[in-house]
Design a protein around this ligand. Sequence first.
Ligand code: HXC
Length: 257
Amino acid sequence: MTYELIIVQSEAPIAIVQINRPRQLNALNSQVMQEMTSALETLDNDAAIGCMIVTGDERAFGAGADIKDMADATAVEMLQRNWIAYWDRIKHISKPVIAAVSGYAVGGGCELAMACDLIVASESAQFSQPEINLGVIPGAGGTQRLTRAIGKAKAMDMVLTGRALSAREAEANGLVARVYPTEVYLDEAKKLAREIASKAPVALRFAKESVNKAFESPLADGLDFERKLFYFLFATQDGHEGLKAFVEKRKPEWQGK
Ligand code: HXC
């Protein structure tokens, strides 16, 4: 498939999906989001790939939804375009997706990073939800995922004022998993992706699903869900292979079955 506004690089067992609108600071119009979600869905079905990275460039991960596209839209047009559904589609990718963020992760860009499974940031990354300054509010998870990630106090601070969190603040507050110098953040994200991709594929998929479930269900339901997935893994070859390999003091060889 050919893409205009993203670049897809396959470095099996990982793949990198890069937003490529540098002059607009990677503002997310519907074409970018359409290309990105279809690339991720294609990679999700590619048996050679175990983990994907979504990234921008050093200056901007993404400066938010394309304001020029929204400036004259009516409520009904926004509803009919339904392009926020693209952010939801990312949630349904079964393989782990890492957001490698440098520079601006603003509005819909911050929401895109949060729709991924974990965020690796460069020291120059900054995360903000400045929609309040445009007379609107976040629409793709900025009041919900952000609050679950960093808590009410910080989320209110960001959403009511539009102030940005630096990479270090974002890490200290649980939004970001790892921060690296800008020169190496993407290489480090790739290393992490390769490490993740080396794990047993079915367990990886369930692990992701189960952690994500914690954000969407009461504790008792989440524990029940987790337990069933755990039992199910004893029906996989890899589950037995991993346990036996430990006992036999050797490296496991995953079959993805
Ligand atoms: C369209 C954008 C854009 C955006 C930047 N650009 N952000 N175009 N939509 N979200 C364009 C600028 O118009 C400019 O184009 C070029 O990118 C460079 O931007 P500058 O402003 O000159 O750069 P700089 O001075 O470095 O400032 C960077 C910035 C600023 C602080 C990130 O660009 C900014 O505040 N952008 C808007 C961020 C924002 O409010 N995002 C939230 C959008 S609402 P020209 O042609 O002039 O060179 C949202 C809601 C999501 O995301 C809802 C769910 C989907």
